[in-house]
Design a binder for this molecule. Structure first.
Ligand code: ZN
Length: 247
């Protein structure tokens, strides 16, 4: 690493630099990393906030929507005064104030099969903070094509699931969920559920960048908040997966 951490960076990140295996080297890896957060809803808000807190140097936030009153029970970067404004614009302003040393790029767009490769280009990690399977599979396919690690989470009500996809090493989203689930436009969500899963996604992302610990590659965690059950299930690659079998 060429440029060492400044005194203020050493101070700001002191308590995480203390983590075993993290150190200044890990912090420098975060500083030079680029994380693309696809979706700035219930998951994307805590994801981008905690990535900024940790000092990920380059964040790309992707969402085409504006804040509505009904988002505010879970999309914690959107406050009443922000209703009607683009989510990624509001998030960029707040994250810049929170940690001015990091770069936040906003992309006000819907992710499609035509723009996805451009959106994730050069990413160290992509975070799936989406609310629909159609777009998730587009992002999954692009991450497999570009061999970029992809941290998936999905939530509903008081429940959620999370796994990490390392293309060519573990199963991709299509291996795990071969048939696209029926689209649902409005589903119940308690804000604390994406709060929990968003922060789990950040832990996975930071581990992928720093190389510490073990990721959820080949494993899916399912959480049922009604009964406070965490289940961890092994998941394998599908040798005939249309998306990743050629890797
Ligand atoms: Zn696959």
């Amino acid at each position: 690493m060429d440029v060492p951490l400044s005194n203020s960076e050493l101070d700001r990140y002191h308590r995480q630099i203390m983590i075993s295996g993290w150190g200044e080297e890990g912090q420098l890896l975060l500083k030079s990393a680029k994380v693309v957060v696809v979706g700035l809803g219930g998951l994307g808000c805590p994801v981008s906030l905690y990535l900024a807190a940790a000092g990920v140097g380059n964040l790309v936030l992707v969402d085409k929507e504006t804040f509505e009153l009904s988002n505010l029970n879970r999309q914690v970067l959107g406050w009443e005064k922000d209703i009607g404004r683009h989510k990624v614009e509001v998030a960029r302003e707040k994250l810049n104030g929170f940690n001015p040393a990091i770069s936040v790029t906003e992309k006000i767009t819907e992710v499609t099969m035509h723009n996805v490769d451009n959106i994730i280009d050069g990413a160290t990690v992509v975070v799936d903070a989406l609310d629909n399977w159609d777009t998730r599979f587009i992002v999954n396919d692009a991450c497999v094509r570009s061999k970029i690690p992809f941290v998936h989470a999905g939530i509903i009500g008081l429940s959620g699931q999370i796994t990490t996809i390392i293309p060519g090493e573990g199963p991709c989203l299509k291996c795990i969920i071969p048939e696209e689930p029926e689209p649902v436009t409005t589903f119940p969500v308690l804000g604390a559920t994406p709060g929990l899963f968003g922060t789990l996604q950040v832990i996975e992302t930071l581990k992928l960048i720093t190389g510490i610990g073990e990721t959820l590659k080949g494993r899916l965690i399912y959480f049922d908040g009604e009964f406070m059950d965490f289940d961890s299930v092994e998941i394998g690659r599908n040798p005939n997966c249309p998306t990743c079998s050629s890797l």
